[in-house]
Write a protein that binds this ligand. Structure first.
Ligand code: GLN
Length: 487
């Protein structure tokens, strides 16, 4: 087994504080690394220019106290960074070069001293689970380039996994941070709905979207959440609940803690290899003193249908703004007002986005609304009630992040329904807004691909989620395996 030299964020900050020469050398080295690695992985859509990096470093000279002082990071390309091109991986926004403001999360990261190295590749408008829907081409898996990176935050996950950056923000509407994290052997956290401001984040499905964090370690993840979490005047859905100092609360004794495992997450459709990894994780938690019980969650079979009604419906409304007039691409062939709308949208959006907008528009249509959207909303209630009940008796829910490890390019396109079903493990946390994390859980024996373990917690209990994740990480050290290393 080979291990990777992983400077945790604290070490990078310490090195940067030694001298400004160190800081500049570190940033230059990362910038060069990103340029080279992008040829292989395609994790970035836009890299910060030299001038932008100099300006970012200069802005730091007055503030050396930031907890992320000089730490190179990446931002998913659906989160606004002032004056840095933002495309959402779509032709629609290919030339949107001058966002006028920073998203609140970006503002907070800059204030903490982070250096934004560029905008990470993603599935178009965050719709997808393989990063193959990006207008700018797919992202390759950091572990094995024959495989997909996962998505939709594939670029963010790969940028962290290859060591180009120490942290990358993604967004998670149905698993888009946790799934690529699992595929690339990194830590991916989706906080509770409302925990982090979404001001400046391009909306996909507003009742599900949340900003998430990709890092190599649980400690780095906790440190980042401390920076970006909290109420924001600009986001009415953000919460006033106070933000704990997560990174100081990672260590805990797990004896007596109770873990639930859903039988349905270990049955049909879940690969043997993934099942073995989950069994091993269960054994580790038992050795750490926790008790584990396998329980049934009958409504789980409805989560994918409910999600694929709610998400496209909300997307069809959110993406109405891209009409060739307010924003984005305008068809040069349009001759009438009607044509400006129809042709700009037909030419500006890719196939997956158009498919979802069609579905969503149909579900919200007067004649279909009751039969689809309302039913999905009711299912959400039922699923929520199920989870509340589980949390009366358990501290956390453990399972696989995905039913299988990463797949090869083209496979998910063969059967789109199967591809949608693949999101079954991650979607519940979005439908009811729970915090959930994916941590490196081990590797498949056959192809040596990473497998993620998911932990789902109670609302606003990111502390608990991190504690369970940290205990596992410290015991297993799977996060420290070099890419292509494995067992
Ligand atoms: N794979 C899911 C989808 O395509 C989730 C995407 C996301 O979380 N942004 O909708």
């Amino acid at each position: 087994m080979s291990t990777v030299n992983k400077d945790a964020i604290v070490d990078v900050v310490a090195s940067n504080l030694v001298s400004s020469a160190n800081l500049i050398a570190n940033i230059e080295q990362k910038s060069e690394q990103i340029k080279n690695e992008n040829k292989e992985y395609n994790a970035f859509i836009t890299q910060a220019t030299k001038e932008q990096l100099i300006a970012e470093v200069e802005a730091l000279s007055t503030n050396k106290n930031g907890v992320l002082f000089g730490v190179p990071i990446a931002i998913k390309d659906n989160i606004a960074v002032k004056e840095m091109r933002m495309t959402c991986a779509s032709k629609m926004l290919e030339n949107f070069d001058h966002p006028l403001y920073d998203a609140t999360v970006v503002k907070k990261l800059k204030a903490a001293g982070a250096i934004i190295m560029g905008k990470a590749n993603m599935d178009e408008f965050a719709m997808g689970a393989s990063n193959e829907t990006s207008y700018f081409g797919p992202v390759k898996n950091a572990w094995n380039t024959d495989y997909v990176s996962g998505g939709s935050s594939g670029g963010s996950a790969v940028a962290v996994a290859t060591g180009s950056v120490y942290m990358a923000l993604g967004t998670d509407t149905g698993g888009s941070v946790r799934q690529p994290a699992a595929f690339n052997n990194i830590v991916g956290m989706k906080p509770t709905y409302g925990r982090v401001s979404r001001f400046g984040v391009t909306a996909f499905a507003s009742s599900l979207d949340q900003v998430g964090i990709c890092t190599r370690t649980v400690a780095d993840n906790a440190k980042t959440l401390e920076v970006i979490a909290g109420f924001d005047d600009y986001d009415a859905t953000s919460s006033h609940i106070s933000v704990p100092k997560y990174s100081a609360l990672l260590e805990v004794n797990l004896s007596g803690k109770k873990i639930a495992v859903f039988k349905e997450f270990l049955s049909e459709g879940v690969s043997e290899e993934v099942r073995r990894v989950v069994d091993e994780a269960i054994a580790i938690y038992i050795a750490l003193g926790a008790t584990v019980e396998i329980i049934s969650m009958p409504h789980l079979k409805y989560v994918v249908p409910a999600y694929y009604i709610v998400a496209p419906s909300e997307a069809s409304s959110n993406l109405a703004r891209f009409d060739g007039i307010h924003y984005g691409y305008r068809s040069p062939n349009a001759k009438t007002l009607e044509e400006i709308y129809t042709m700009s949208r037909a030419e500006g959006f890719g196939t997956e986005v158009r498919k979802r907008l069609l579905m969503g528009t149909y579900f919200l249509n007067h004649s279909a609304y009751d039969a689809y959207y309302i039913q999905a909303a009711k299912l959400r209630r039922l699923i929520d009630a199920d989870f509340q009940k589980v949390f009366e008796s358990f501290d956390i829910i453990l399972g696989p992040t995905t039913p299988t490890p990463a797949f090869k390019f083209g496979e998910s396109q063969k059967n789109p329904v199967d591809a949608y079903l693949h999101d079954i493990c991650t979607i519940p946390a979005n439908l009811i807004g729970l915090p959930a994390i994916s941590v490196p859980g081990g590797f498949t024996k056959k192809d040596n691909l990473p497998v993620g373990i998911q932990l789902i917690g109670k609302p606003y209990d990111e502390v608990g989620v991190y504690q369970f994740a940290y205990a596992f990480e410290q015991k297993t050290h799977y996060h420290a395996y070099a890419k292509k290393g494995g067992q």
